[in-house]
Design a protein around this ligand. Structure first.
Ligand SMILES: Nc1nc2c(c(=O)[nH]1)N[C@H]1C(S)=C(S)[C@@H](COP(=O)(O)OP(=O)(O)OC[C@H]3O[C@@H](n4cnc5c(=O)[nH]c(N)nc54)[C@H](O)[C@@H]3O)O[C@H]1N2
Ligand SMILES: Nc1nc2c(c(=O)[nH]1)N[C@H]1C(S)=C(S)[C@@H](COP(=O)(O)OP(=O)(O)OC[C@H]3O[C@@H](n4cnc5c(=O)[nH]c(N)nc54)[C@H](O)[C@@H]3O)O[C@H]1N2
Ligand code: SF4
Ligand SMILES: [Mo]
Length: 671
């Protein structure tokens, strides 16, 4: 008899949904929304539903594999764990533990997925990644301005008069926020969308503002200039609660509004109108992550923060410079889980530059890479270099559910469980502040094992088994320790399935910022920054005609590689009923200039590589723009990261995935 259980979505996503999962005879039959979830209220997206297909897929990895003479052979867990732990021992003795590189991302939002760090710390400390392909530039930027990247709680948007969706693809990536926007609109709020692509959210907005990619900081500067000219700024907030306003004035005086309009490709009237919108408080800004994946990404977010600050929209209900809500992750006791004091050696590679770092590492050179919760061959920029680097290392161990492009390259592939095959609790620091419980509902197929089981087995073989001799409940209790006083325990979570975390609902309402001056900092006072670094700048994408006219002549089109509708990154393409094809979306002006028609086969290229695919014409998008959704596997024509650059952002912690110029031509399809 089929039975419905409560559970939760593990995917790296804004929404962190509650699930109803139908189980019959140890099989997942259906994944649906849990109507009792306070935020997600029974609605989920196709990626969540596809977790059924993911769990039951005949393509699942079922046994440990070892590559022998270029071919994978099935081996026992005993053999895999013995051989890998022997290699780990030898590497530590001969080269030091930091000769092991842990390459990962955040494919699963379960708290116990962080125990990989406990393993590597107890082993002695390995080479870790630093920074983030995803949101790194913006998190760092808000750290400079506010001291933290915190957002308002989801229902606060119902207090806003005006809502600016700035580079967030809400209908596609953050569907429950879309529901809230509709509700806010019904209550009379006005919605603006600023984006180079006329996306589905733009269709529901009251006004759509088209912008040249990477120019949002300059648009914020233009709006600030108009705001100051019209004396719309909030003088009291500026004088009492901010630091560095004079520096901002000098910066804004260094450029004319006409120049800003020319560079952003946004008319001056729009800047004037938006200045009035920001003054008509409360106005809330909801930033997406796409717009900070540029070389100038940190400055972009800082200039938008500055605009929200001078208009007095900080710390008031219905306002806010909403980007991420790190309060959520900060609620848990990470150090208790991960034991950072146990590491004796330590080295860091920036996540975007991992390929270059691997290829040039000395003292010690990288001897082994262990990949968890990530698919770097598809997702990390400059894919060809990534493939070369990963192939150059003596041992590559990949813990995976599917034979991804990264797994194909491995020496050992260890099969792991999917969400309903193990117990965990899930949260996301992107949008809402509820934590969700997900019980184990079915047995894993074949010999697939939870990541935690793999760490425990390896730890025993390496002599620190006692650090993993805890039940899941004991690990949960460790993570939840700081919340005990608020009555948030694992017992209560198991009973109620979702619990509200005690976060600040309207950040900075007390005007106490976590910066060195205690104020909002237009100029950052952080000790680790030079005076020059702390200043706001008017900067442009590195791959743009303003910065590199020769490159822009050779590669006249701007390439975006945004997140796909029907896949979470690279996780779902192999599950589609019809094999995916690379869709090359081109702006109307490009199609007209190059006489491209819907369905034409084209090549998109730059100095880093090429991708081939089929043309779709983008309606109403900004000119000279091409988009290819990210995540596509090699066998389906990917990866788009063949084209992207591994440069870091201005503040070093973000990627520049969208700071990318290309050319395009029609070619004949191979028979
Ligand atoms: N369907 C789906 N949903 C997802 C994911 C997924 O893979 N698929 N991934 C999840 C993850 S990990 C993340 S990080 C989030 C990301 O969520 P979003 O930030 O919403 O999505 P992105 O695709 O990163 O960013 C794309 C948006 O930014 C716009 N954009 C790009 N460059 C610029 C610019 O210079 N200026 C402006 N104003 N806009 C710009 C794009 O046109 C697009 O609308 O989505 C999450 N949700
Ligand atoms: N060009 C371009 N590149 C991008 C982006 C972009 O917009 N454009 N977006 C960037 C962003 S925002 C992000 S967040 C990254 C995401 O990058 P990744 O996290 O590397 O992408 P995923 O496709 O989600 O790959 C995760 C892999 O982890 C595996 N996995 C899932 N659950 C588990 C688990 O429990 N244990 C283990 N061991 N493995 C598991 C999945 O099978 C999958 O193959 O990509 C970045 N790359
Ligand atoms: S992927 Fe995001 S929106 Fe879809 S079900 Fe999971 S948490 Fe919800
Ligand atoms: Mo992300």
């Amino acid at each position: 008899m089929a039975k419905v259980y409560q559970s939760a979505c593990p995917l790296n996503c804004w929404d962190s949904c509650g699930f109803h999962v139908t189980i019959e005879e140890n099989k997942v039959i259906k994944v649906d929304g849990d109507p009792s979830h306070p935020i997600t209220k029974g609605k989920i997206c196709g990626r969540g539903r596809m977790l059924e297909a993911r769990t039951n897929s005949p393509q699942r990895l079922l046994n440990p594999l070892k590559k022998v003479n270029g071919e994978f052979q099935q081996i026992s867990w005993e053999q895999a764990l013995d051989e890998i732990s022997e290699k780990l021992k030898d590497i530590k003795e001969t080269y030091g533990s930091s000769a092991v590189f842990h390459s990962h991302d955040y494919a699963n939002n379960g708290i116990l997925k962080n125990l990989d760090q406990r393993f590597f710390n107890c082993y002695g400390g390995v080479t870790e990644i630093v920074g983030s392909l995803c949101w790194g530039a913006g998190i760092e930027a808000q750290g400079w301005d506010f001291g933290e990247a915190w957002s308002h709680e989801p229902n606060d948007v119902l207090n806003s008069k005006n809502i600016i969706i700035w580079g967030r693809n809400v209908t596609r990536t953050n569907m429950h926020f879309y529901e809230k926007l509709l509700e806010a609109k019904k209550r009379g709020a006005t919605v603006f969308v600023i984006d180079p692509i006329f996306n589905a959210t733009a269709k529901m907005a009251d006004e759509y503002i088209s912008i040249k990619p990477g120019m949002d900081g300059l648009l914020a500067a233009g709006i600030m200039k108009e705001m100051l000219r019209l004396e719309f700024e909030d003088r009291e907030f500026i004088e009492t609660f901010t630091h560095g306003f004079q520096d901002l004035l000098v910066l804004l005086e260094s450029i004319t509004i006409e120049k800003l309009s020319e560079m952003t490709e946004v008319p001056i009237e729009v800047m004037t109108r938006l200045a009035a919108v920001f003054a008509n408080k409360p106005t809330a800004v909801f930033m997406g992550l796409g717009m900070q994946r540029y070389e100038n990404g940190g400055n972009t977010i800082r200039l938008i923060d500055a605009l929200v600050a001078i208009s007095g929209n900080i710390g008031i209900p219905g306002g806010g410079a909403n980007y991420a809500n790190r309060q959520v992750g900060q609620s848990f006791a990470f150090d208790e889980l991960t034991l950072p004091y146990r590491k004796q050696q330590h080295r860091q590679f920036p996540i975007m530059k991992q390929a270059e770092e691997i290829l040039t590492a000395k003292d010690p050179a990288v001897q082994m890479i262990i990949v968890t919760c990530g698919n770097p061959l598809t997702q990390v920029p400059d894919s060809q270099k990534v493939a070369k680097a990963f192939a150059s290392v003596p041992s590559l161990v990949v813990i995976e559910q599917f034979m991804t492009d990264t797994a194909k390259l491995a020496d050992y592939v260890l099969p792991t469980t999917t969400v309903f095959e193990e117990e965990d609790f899930y949260y996301s620091s992107m949008y809402h502040h509820y934590v969700n419980y997900g019980p184990k509902l079915v047995e894993a197929p074949g010999e697939a094992k939870p990541d935690l089981w793999i760490w425990t087995q390896l730890a025993e073989r390496l002599g620190f088994g006692e650090e993993f001799a805890f039940t899941r409940d004991q690990f949960f209790a460790m993570a939840l320790k700081p919340l005990e006083g608020n009555g948030i325990t694992i017992e209560k979570l198991k009973e109620q399935y979702t619990l509200e975390l005690p976060v600040t609902m309207v950040p900075w309402h007390d005007r106490k910022f976590k910066t060195p001056s205690g104020k909002f900092e237009f100029t950052s006072n952080l000790d680790r920054l030079s005076d020059e670094e702390g200043l706001l700048k008017l900067s442009v994408p590195i791959e743009s005609k303003w910065n590199n006219p020769d490159l822009a002549n050779q590669y006249p089109y701007h390439l975006l590689t945004i997140h796909p509708l029907r896949s979470n990154h690279s996780q779902n393409y192999q599950l589609w009923k019809q094999a995916p094809k690379v869709k090359v979306e081109v702006a109307q002006n490009i199609a007209e200039q190059l006489k491209l028609m819907e369905g034409d086969f084209v090549r998109v290229w730059n100095d880093r590589g090429e991708v081939k695919g089929y043309v779709t014409i983008l309606q109403n998008s900004h000119v000279n723009l091409i988009n290819i959704d990210e995540g596509i596997w090699k066998e389906f024509g990917g990866s788009v990261n063949n084209l992207t650059s591994s440069r870091p952002s201005d503040n070093r912690l973000g990627s520049t995935l969208y700071d990318c110029l290309v050319n395009i031509e029609k070619i004949n399809e191979l028979p």
